[in-house]
Write a protein that binds this ligand. Sequence first.
Ligand code: AMP
Ligand code: ZN
Length: 481
Amino acid sequence: MTDHPLTLFNSLTRRLEPFDPVHPGEARVYSCGPTVYNYPHIGNMRAYVFADVLGRTLDWKGYRLTHVINITDVGHLTDDADAGEDKLEKAAAEKAQSIWDIARHYTEAYWTDIRALNIRQPAHWSIATDYIEAMIAFAQEIADAHCYELPGGLYFDVTSVPDYGRLARASTDEGEGRIEAVEGKRHPADFAIWRKTPAGEKRQMEWDSPWGRGAPGWHLECSVMSGKLLGFPFDIHTGGIDHREIHHPNEIAQNQAFSRCGSLDNPAHSGARVWMHNNFLVERSGKMSKSAGEFLRLQLLIDKGYHPLAYRLMCLQAHYRSELEFSWDGLGAALTRLKRMVIAAERLADAPEGALDHPKFADLLDRFDAAISDDLNSPVALTLLEDALAVKKVDAGAKRAVVARMDAVLGLGLLDCTRADLRLRPKGAAVTEAEIVSALARRREARAVKDFATSDAIRDELAAKSVEVMDGDPLGWEWKL
Ligand code: AMP
Ligand code: ZN
C-alpha cells in the first residue's frame, strides 16, 4: 500500500530525488519557525501546513519522524539581509512592553493557529533564547577560520566556504538586492553572526560574548538549533521560498564551516540532505504583509464565519511549490468542499473501524500513495480521499478505515467533525444560533399548515438579520449568515 518510492524536490539540487534517510527508518526534519513580534498571517501558516503534510507523509511511509520547529524571539532584523533593527526590540519599543511579554503573547497566538489548522505538534519547539550559550560556542568554533570582527560585531566571510549561495535563485555574486549598510564588510553578502550592542545603548535582550555584549544573528540561531537537536547532516530543512535567497544560504555557509565540509556537490555538506520550500500565498491587494497594518490573520477568517480547516483545505488544493492566490470566493468554495466531505464522513461515524484491505479500496489506496509520494501531490490525494468517501455499497467499517488512513496524511480531521462544527457565527452577527433555530422551527410549523404568509414573514425577519434561509440546499444546510 505504501510501495511507491517517496520523491521530494530538493531546492539545493533543483531535482526530484528519492528520499534516502540519513538514519535508516528515521526522518529528521527542521522547519524555520515564526519570528514572534506580531501575529502570523495566513501566508505564514501555509508554511506550517506544508511542513505538517510533509511530516504526516513521512509517517505514512513508515519513517520515525523527529520534527523541530523553532521560535525566533531574538535576532531577526527588519531586513532579512544585514540591516535594520531587531524586529522584537522594535515591537517592544513601540508598544512599551517587555520583549519577553511580546514574545510570549505572539508565540501563544501562533500556537492557537497551529491547533486550529490541525497541525501536529513537533517533537520540539526550540526557542532561540534558550540556545544562546550553544550559539556562542558554535560561533567560537568557526570564528578563526571563517569570520572577522567589525565595530558592529562578528561577521561571516562568505568567500571562506565553497559554493556560497548555490541555493539562491538569483546570483548573489553582487549581493543582489542587498543593502550594504555596514561599513567594512568585505563582501556585500557577508553577514553578522553576533551583533554588538552599540556603545551607550541598552537592549532588553543582550548577552556577554567574546565579541562583546550583544545578540546572535538570526541565521546563526537556526544552524545551532537544527544541528543540536537533529545532528548534521539531518534529512530535511523546510521554509518559505523567501528563505532560499538569504536565510538558508547563510545557514548553509555556517553549517559547512562548522562541520568543516567542502563543496555542495554533496548536498549533505549543507547540513541537511534536502532543502524544501513552499511557495507563497499571495493576495492581490497586498494586505498579507505583517508590516502593512491590517493583515489576514486566521482569526479574521474565523470572525467572518469561515472554519479554519477550510483554509487548510485551500492550501491542500494547491501543490506546495505553486503560488496560491487567496480570495474570499476561493475560501468559500473550499468551505463548501469541506462541508461535502464532512457530510459524507458523518455517515461513517457509528461504523466500527474495519480492515484496510477491502478489495474495493485497493486501487484508491495505491493511487493515493502514488500521489502523496510524488513530491506531496496533495491536490490529487485530496480527490482520491473524496473518491473513497463516494464508494457505494461497501462495508462502512472498511470505508471508515480507509478514510481515517488517508485523512491521517491530509489532516482534515473529517471523522472528528460534524456539519454543525463547520458553521461558525460571524463576529458581530445580530442573532444567536438558538434564535435562528427557533425561528426556523416556527417557520416549519407555519408551512406544515400552509400558512405561507407567516412562513415568508419569518424568512424576511431572518433576512433582515443577514440570515439566508436555504430551502432545498443540496448539502442539507438550512441557513447561512
Ligand atoms: P517569518 O515569521 O516572517 O519568519 O515567516 C514564517 C514562515 O512563513 C517562513 O517560512 C516564511 O518563509 C513563510 N512565509 C512568509 N510569507 C509567506 C507567504 N505569503 N506565503 C507562504 N509562506 C510565507
Ligand atoms: Zn530559520
